[in-house]
Structures are given as C-alpha cells and as structure tokens.
Design a protein around this ligand. Sequence first.
Ligand code: B12
Length: 221
Amino acid sequence: MTSTSPAATPVDAMLAAARTMDERALRAQLRDEARALGVNAAITDVVLPFLNALGQAWERGDCSVASEHFASQVTRSWLTGAAVGDPDASSTAMDPVVLACPPGERHDLGLLCFHVLLVRSGVPSRFLGSDTPLPGLANVCRAIGASGVVVAATRRRVFEAHGSALQVLARQYPLAIGGAGADADIAENVGATFLPADMRRSLAHVVRWHRGEAGGITVSA
Ligand code: B12
C-alpha cells in the first residue's frame, strides 16, 4: 500500500485526519459514521476504537502530542453536540444519573462517551467531567434528585486515593465505577458496582439500574 492509498477503515481515515489536523475530514467522518450506524453504535464501534488507536499511536510516537490533542478536542466537541442532539430522548422528568471523574483525574473522554450513550438511551445524565470534588457530590445529587452516580478514572490509584469519599458517597447513593482504573476489587472495597470496559454491557446495566431493575455489586454476565 502506498501513502496515497485510501484509508482502509473509518478508524484509519480518522487517524490520517488527526495526523494532518484536517478538522473538516475528521468531522465529516464522525458525521457520516453517526448517520450510517446511529450515534450509539458510532460511539461503540468507531469513536472508542479511534480514541484507543489514537492513544496507542501517541504512545508509539506515530502521532504527535499536538495531533492527539487536536483529535481529542474535535471528538469532544462532536460528542458534546451528540449529547444534546435529541433532547426528547432524555426526559427531564426522570431522575438523572451523575457522571464525574475524581480530583486529579483529567482523562474524561471515556466517561463523556458513556454520557452520550446514556442520554441517547433515554437516561438523563449530568456530565460533570474531570477533577470533580467528591465530598460535595452527595449534596449535588440530593439537590437534583439523582438516581445514582458513575465515577470513572484511568488509574487505579485515583480510586484508592479517594476511597473514603467514595465509601461515604456509596452509602448515600447507588454508586458505580468504570474506566481503565476500575476493577471488581476496588468496587467491592468502596461499595460500588463495577462497570466493565465494554461500554455496551455497562450501558445496559446502568439503563436497568436507572429503571430500578438492577441491583447488587457486579454486572451480570
Ligand atoms: C489522551 C490522554 C491524556 C489526556 C486526557 C484528555 C482527556 N480529557 O481525556 C491528557 C493530556 C490530559 C493526559 C494527561 C495525563 N496522562 Co494520559 N493519556 C492519554 C491517552 C493518550 C489516551 C487516553 C484516552 O482518552 N483513551 C480513550 C479512552 C476512551 O480509552 P480508555 O481510557 O482505554 O478507556 C476504555 C475503557 O476503560 C472504557 N472506559 C473508559 N472510561 C469509561 C467510563 C465508564 C463509565 C465505562 C463503563 C467504561 C469506560 O472505555 C474504553 C474502551 O475502549 C492514554 C494512552 C492510551 N493508550 O490510552 C494516556 C494515559 C492514560 N495517560 C497516562 C498518564 C500517566 C498521564 C499523566 C499522569 C501524564 C503526566 N505525567 O502528566 C497525565 C495525568 C493527568 C491527570 N491528572 O489525569 C498513562 C496512565 C498510566 C497509568 N495507568 O497509570 C497513559 C496510559 C499513557 C502511558 N502509557 O503512560 N492524558
């Protein structure tokens, strides 16, 4: 294959657009995938694989820090628009789920993807993003009548550093943890549900949980 060959997959095309900082091409690919697959399948089947491939390319030195930042920002902007694309899908009459990353955690793109999946599945979600203070979160949940909280982090030690605050939160609200730093052990330690990396499975669980159909500490197989 020569360097002028067309990109083999949507992810390849998006990586090529990231490397050359071609915003129009990257946005067109995101738009076309959403039209072809629907927003949720575009996120699980294209956007998440793209973000993973982008991270790996950055780690290998195949993509500059600037290109990675550019592509992350364009994707963030698209995701933010996708979350408000269909306001009727997320009824304001229902209790929202609150999504946050603990203090010290800036990796929030995975959680933003989960937010869009929830909203597009009819579950109202309030995305607070990175660096959210945990001690005051229960008050926030009370004020907005939240049905539960999802906390995400990329590194296990971020959950460990905030273990006490998470335990307190879990006593007051149904709590789930996800992201690359989450595992079943730490979830059990803080009294939370563990959400696996497979966002389809985790989404199905939180949708059931929100409807009052799921409980317990683990997501069923
Ligand atoms: C982009 C990026 C950043 C961006 C974050 C932008 C943002 N707002 O998200 C910036 C530049 C801010 C950043 C900073 C840092 N980063 Co960084 N970063 C990355 C990178 C390149 C990609 C991460 C990413 O967004 N991936 C896309 C997401 C969607 O994929 P994922 O995290 O693998 O998530 C999967 C699942 O876990 C799941 N998932 C994710 N979230 C959620 C949430 C829920 C609810 C569910 C159910 C599932 C789920 O979905 C994905 C499935 O495909 C990775 C390298 C890599 N290869 O991943 C490093 C990486 C994560 N970063 C790393 C580090 C060390 C840092 C810094 C400490 C660097 C530094 N010295 O300053 C800082 C930390 C800053 C902070 N306080 O948090 C390390 C973490 C190593 C570790 N495990 O300890 C990595 C792995 C790079 C490395 N190999 O060293 N980083």
